[in-house]
Design a protein around this ligand. Sequence first.
Ligand code: DX5
Ligand code: ZN
Length: 228
Amino acid sequence: MKNFLLAPSILSADFARLGKDAKKVIDAGGDWIHFDVMDNHYVPNLTMGPMILKSLRNYNITTPIDVHLMTKPVDNLIPQFAKAGANFITFHPEATNHIDRTLNLIKEHGCKAGLAFNPSTSLNYLDYIIDKLDLILLMSVNPGFGNQTFLPSTFNKLSEVRKRIDLNSLDIFLEVDGGVKLENISEIAFSGANVFVIGSGIFDYPDYHRIIAKIRQELKYSHVKSIH
Ligand code: DX5
Ligand code: ZN
C-alpha cells in the first residue's frame, strides 16, 4: 500500500484550546499538523503567526508542522517560522518576487520547502525549480477559509503533477488542500496525492479517532474503488 499521510489543518480546531485539540488529533492518528498562516492581504482572512507555532512546540507537540504561508510578502516570516519550530514551509509563487531565492532561504533555515498552487495558478511555475522542492501543494479551493467545496478541476492537475514527479523520479510530497473529506478522499488519492490536508473533515466530528480510522480505511481501498 502507498504511504499516505494525513495533515489535519488546525484552522478548524478550537482556538481556545489549540494545544489540547492539536494533541488530540495527533493521538487520533494525524501524521502532520497543517498550520495555515493568513495575513488579510494575500488572502481575506487573518490567522496565526510564529508565536503560536512556538507555543505548540512548548506544549510538547513534536509532530512535523507543515506551515502554509498565505501571506505576501513571505521572506521576512521564513526565519521566524523556522526558529519557532516549523518543519515544512510552503508559499505561493505569486507572493514573492524571487521564487528561487525564497526556496533557498527556507532551506538555509533548515526547513523543507514547498510551493503552493491556487486553483488558477499555472504549473509552469514548476519549470526550472522542481528539483529544489520537497513538497508541492495543490489548493483544491480558493485559499482563505476552511470548509469550502473541493473543486473538481484539481483531479487533472494532480495527475499532471504526479506525472512530472514520477517521470523525473523526484522525491516530492504531493499535498492537496481544501474540501478533502471522507467521501472524496479515495478519488483524490487515485489522482496522485499522497498528503491530505483535512480541516473540517476531521475537526467537525466529535470523535477524531473514529473519523481518522474511517479515512484510512477509504485510502486503503482507494485504487480498487476508483476503477469502478
Ligand atoms: C484554506 C486552507 C486549508 C483549510 C482546509 O485556505 O489552506 O488548509 O484549512 O480546510 P477544509 O479541509 O475544511 O477545506
Ligand atoms: Zn492550508
